[in-house]
Ligand binder design. Structure first.
Ligand SMILES: CC(=O)N[C@H]1[C@@H](OP(=O)(O)OP(=O)(O)OC[C@H]2O[C@@H](n3ccc(=O)[nH]c3=O)[C@H](O)[C@@H]2O)O[C@H](CO)[C@@H](O)[C@@H]1O
Ligand SMILES: C=C(OP(=O)(O)O)C(=O)O
Length: 427
């Protein structure tokens, strides 16, 4: 298992271009299954989750290549509708294949998806939505079979604005007969990106970015070329890392509108942020101030995917902050690890009470999930001494070689890949 070794105490400095968004690229790749032809997707980051998605698409019969940041996907000979359990279990986003396969072939056979252990993560809203469109769904243990002779548009109200359920229903509705209206839809920027991609292929969708999305079913789609939006969570991670190390970083080719809630929190903690077109400048010269109360909630509120990273900044700030997590019940696993580095954090149910300390100290810590791992990397960059972050594969799910990105900003961070017992050094 790879480890990251970080020598802390070096302020980040410089300019960086941010990778494409994992959470946009994954549903877009899955949605490509709706069409027969060659789809080209640009700005796709090299990540473990993307590799898994491409493996699933190949298993379904696609030809898929990922060169540089571009994925070329030929779906012409894809006709399988079964996804093996081993692939389904590798990530949550395997669930995105349901809508497209059902839409194109009228059936899909899958297993419960896997993913980071951050909460229960049910899929009832996905299934309810597909049932409303006319799918017959059988669940046997963790096996799920879905069939529909013909999907028909429907009015679907989500009891919670689930990102994945909104996307799955949109994808299934594209080739359905008639109009689908999704109310209380999730409003995340990645949903707008999916709408743009589907419309570029000939779909007729409006409303993404609001809480009501309308899909007018079409007969067929045509392949297209599409570039994925920048990753707001990676951008946010870098912004927090700059602030926590008291550094100065410019982020280029980002969409500042996608980061409004983070910018607001950072400004409240005294970090200087300036925005100029698609550039964000972060100047974290002074010790941050505590932020009284932050609550994670669906977009446009503060994102759960930046909760752990911001907690590191609060752990180093002057005063007591409260962070409330309302999306995932198991998303405070970084707290124990941060405490090992000297943080003073108490968790009570879904709230963390963070008493800022003047400094953190290097330690050996474990990434328990993707964003918890990113938080520990930030803590290591800001800490005094050496930090070793274990279980880096979690971080590799969402960051395209995080050590290279941070090294470009002056961080002292290297990846250590152990030599396996057979003596072969991995690539
Ligand atoms: C690939 C991707 O885009 N992942 C993001 C997506 O995950 P994901 O799409 O899984 O997140 P959801 O918005 O669906 O989940 C949010 C909450 O709703 C619950 N829920 C969801 C679906 C369902 O059928 N039933 C149900 O109860 C979940 O358990 C969770 O408590 O949005 C999350 C919330 O912003 C982010 O943290 C993830 O990074
Ligand atoms: C929780 C996340 O992703 P996923 O939904 O793919 O597990 C994340 O990106 O932080």
């Amino acid at each position: 298992m790879d480890k990251l070794v970080i020598e802390g105490g070096q302020p980040l400095s410089g300019t960086i271009v941010i990778q494409g968004a994992k959470n946009a690229a994954l549903p877009i790749l899955a949605a490509s299954m709706l069409v027969s032809g060659t789809v080209t997707i640009g700005h796709v980051p090299k990540l473990l989750d993307i590799d898994v998605m491409l493996d699933i698409l190949r298993e379904l019969g696609c030809r898929a290549e990922h060169n540089g940041q571009t994925v070329v996907l030929n779906t012409v000979s894809a006709f399988h509708t079964h996804i093996p359990e081993a692939l389904m279990k590798q990530m949550r986003s395997s669930i995105f294949l349901m809508g497209p396969l059902l839409g194109r072939f009228g059936e899909v056979h899958i297993y419960q998806p896997g993913g980071c252990a951050i909460g229960e993560r049910k899929i009832d809203l996905h299934l309810e939505g597909l049932r409303a469109l006319g799918a017959h769904i059988e669940e046997q243990g963790n096996r799920i079979s879905c069939r529909a002779e013909k999907l028909r548009g429907a009015d679907i109200h989500l009891s919670f604005p689930s990102v994945g359920a909104t996307e799955n229903i949109m994808m299934a509705a594209v080739l359905a007969e008639g109009r689908t209206m999704i109310s209380n839809a999730a409003r995340e920027p990645e949903i707008q990106d999916l709408q743009r991609f589907l419309n570029a292929m000939g779909a007729r969708i409006i409303g993404a970015g609001t809480d009501t999305i309308t899909v007018e079913g079409v007969e067929s789609l045509k392949p297209c070329h599409y570039d994925v939006i920048p990753d707001r969570i990676v951008a946010g991670t870098v912004m927090v890392a700059a602030a926590a190390t008291r550094g100065k970083v410019n982020l280029e080719q980002v969409n500042p509108a996608h980061l409004t809630s983070l910018i607001h929190v950072l400004r409240r903690s005294g970090v200087q942020i300036s925005v100029d077109g698609d550039i964000i400048k972060v100047d974290g010269a002074a010790r941050p101030k505590a932020v009284e109360r932050i609550v994670t909630s669906p977009y446009p509120a503060f994102p759960t995917d930046l909760q752990s990273q911001v907690m590191v900044l609060l752990a180093l700030s002057d005063g007591v902050s409260i962070m409330k997590e309302t999306i995932f019940e198991g998303r405070f696993k970084h707290v124990d690890e941060l405490s090992r580095m000297g943080a003073d954090i108490r968790v009570d149910y879904n709230a963390a009470f963070i008493r800022g300390v003047p400094r953190l100290y290097g330690a050996t810590v474990e990434a328990t999930d993707l964003r918890a791992g990113a938080a520990l990397v930030i803590a290591g960059l800001a800490a005094q001494g050496r930090t070793i972050v274990e279980q880096v594969h979690h971080i590799d799910r969402g960051y395209d070689r995080i050590e290279d990105m941070l090294s470009r900003l002056g961080a002292r961070i290297i990846r250590y890949t152990p030599v396996p017992d057979n003596g072969v050094v991995p690539n």
